[in-house]
Design a protein around this ligand. Structure first.
Ligand SMILES: [Zn+2]
Length: 317
């Protein structure tokens, strides 16, 4: 078992390094930050206010916290043009991580489907950023009619071969002929600069009593708060918006959406144990188990909504 964890961590570490290496051409070597030509300043993506606290820099990017609503976001952030260039030239890391049959992801996907099905049993589902269609496979097994959007051509082809109805274009460019009972975003929403704009667009695509489900990394998680800039949630470039429990609710309400369900998943206790033992948190070491389990308990952590990722279900008010 520990070997498997170690392997997973080694694989993640390799992909993390490759992803960070691709930042280099955008960075000014004099200050280690991204060059101005790729950047733009912005307002808080949740409350539109312009006052914020700089919290830390990470791999070229500057993270700030909104003084009004506590939203954590990159500011300045890559312009749309620079982001498009970046994604075109860098293979997505997440897609290599999520492999068919990985029980870790499969459990999270099934949990998401369970949550969706408490409100809406079957129908049509649209998965935004569906990658090679691993989540859609599971949805299909549960009798959903499966649709996806994937920009990466290779992954788009894979999903299409599995007989899902897949689009290879941006959401705003697609003319849909139908509405959806559920729209899902797995580790995608944190990549979107203007979350409110996208939420409104998705809301318009929902059938009657349709729902939006998303999994996002949580800036309110214990791991993020303890590790801060050492936490891999903060990559400096791709994760432009890091919502917490209150800020995702705030944004949803602004868009006329009700929070039907919210929970957190993934404790990251192993990573925290390593860090609290003065080791590299992402070393994959699992020997530090005995140090702090009485202080941090995975169930309690998630009951307090301080797990690493938020799974939230939204529906029209
Ligand atoms: Zn704000």
């Amino acid at each position: 078992m520990s070997q498997t964890v170690k392997e997973l961590h080694d694989q993640r570490s390799k992909l993390w390094k490759a992803s960070i290496a691709s930042h280099e051409k955008y960075i000014n070597p004099r200050d280690g930050l991204f060059k101005d030509e790729f950047l733009e300043e912005r307002k808080c993506p949740v409350c539109d206010k312009t006052e914020y606290l700089s919290i830390f820099t990470k791999e070229g990017g500057q993270y700030v916290k909104c003084s009004n609503c506590s939203m954590v976001f990159l500011n300045p952030v890559f312009t749309d043009e620079a982001l498009t260039d970046y994604y075109k030239n860098n293979h997505s890391v997440q897609s290599e991580l999520v492999e068919d049959g990985d029980p870790f992801y499969e459990n999270l996907y099934q949990l998401g489907l369970d949550t969706i099905e408490t409100k809406n049993l079957q129908g049509s589902i649209l998965d935004l950023g569906c990658s090679s269609g691993t989540f859609l496979d599971l949805a299909k097994n549960r009798n959903w009619e499966t649709n996806g959007i994937e920009l990466n051509v290779q992954e788009f082809n894979m999903a299409q071969k599995k007989n899902h109805h897949v689009y290879n274009d941006l959401l705003e460019n697609i003319k849909f002929e139908k509405k959806f009972d559920a729209i899902t975003l797995w580790d995608v929403f944190e990549h979107i600069k203007n979350g409110g704009f996208y939420l409104n667009m998705m809301k318009d695509l929902l059938a009657k009593s349709g729902v939006i489900f998303m999994q996002i990394p949580s800036s309110d998680s214990l791991a993020a708060k303890v590790l801060q800039e050492k936490c891999n949630m903060f990559d400096g470039l791709e994760h432009v918006n890091l919502y917490g429990v209150s800020t995702i609710k705030w944004l949803a309400e602004r868009c006329g959406l009700d929070v039907l369900d919210i929970k957190t998943v993934i404790s990251e206790i192993g990573v925290l144990n390593n860090y609290l033992n003065y080791e590299d948190p992402y070393s994959g070491n699992t020997d530090n188990k005995t140090e702090i389990p009485n202080l941090i308990n995975a169930n309690e952590l998630n009951e307090k909504l301080m797990g690493y990722k938020i799974q939230v279900l939204l529906g029209e008010m």
